[in-house]
Design a protein around this ligand. Sequence first.
Ligand SMILES: C[S@@+](CC[C@H](N)C(=O)[O-])C[C@H]1O[C@@H](n2cnc3c(N)ncnc32)[C@H](O)[C@@H]1O
Length: 251
Amino acid sequence: MTKTPTGKNTSGRGQRDLRVRVKTAKGRKLSSTLWLERQLNDPYVIRAKKEGYRGRAAYKILELDEKFHFLVNGARVVDLGCAPGGWCQVAVKRVNALGEKSGKKIGTVLGVDLQEIAPIAGADLHQLDFLEDGADEKVKGWLGGRADVVMSDMAAAASGNQQVDHLRIITLCEHAAYFAFDVLEEGGTFVAKVLAGGAEQGLMGVLKKNFEKVVNVKPPSSRKDSSEKFVVAQGFRGKRHEEGLQAPDAE
Ligand SMILES: C[S@@+](CC[C@H](N)C(=O)[O-])C[C@H]1O[C@@H](n2cnc3c(N)ncnc32)[C@H](O)[C@@H]1O
């Protein structure tokens, strides 16, 4: 017997099809109907609603942290591309940003996104385009010191062209990485979303020079049909802007 992410047991035998079906409606495209049907039947969407997370993305950072243990009590975390806020909600709890775990160190969570983000207790949230000129200096100002974790789930809206989407996400990821080189404490962690597609190899090379351990992971909650994966780089060596490395230009 296996357990679904919603905690139900399934034997696989004699099961009724319990999927929610969405009828096509006038004015709604078939792609929207299929998206809605997938959302309504997605066990992580159902679980996020039940557990009070703002989206299924929360489970990606939870699963990555279960494996790599970077969101520890007292950690200072920067979350780039944080809206609607699932990763921040997880980080606030795990780093003890509200001081709820008595006797444990209190951490901080700073989140930024292009979009407005509804307040989250324990997180300092700012609306900002991370690609605009001077964005990294603004974030450094809000941070006011070093960080232990820089994580980025930034993704531009899908263009419909896989290669364009891949290159856009790599650009966002490179900006996040160079920001991390500037602010991370020695030993710190960088986590970022990438899309498989080839151009990430250059970035992986730079990360390998700057961190002791760099791995690519696809957490179970990341949809199987998506080329999304995450790079987790741990043990920052403390070198900032190594010779020969150029910070990426803004688009
Ligand atoms: C997949 S969502 C992040 C979900 C988030 N991790 C959560 O748990 O709720 C990707 C986010 O990246 C943001 N984003 C894309 N480009 C950005 C940019 N240039 N600067 C800041 N945020 C950006 C988008 O606005 C979007 O909210």
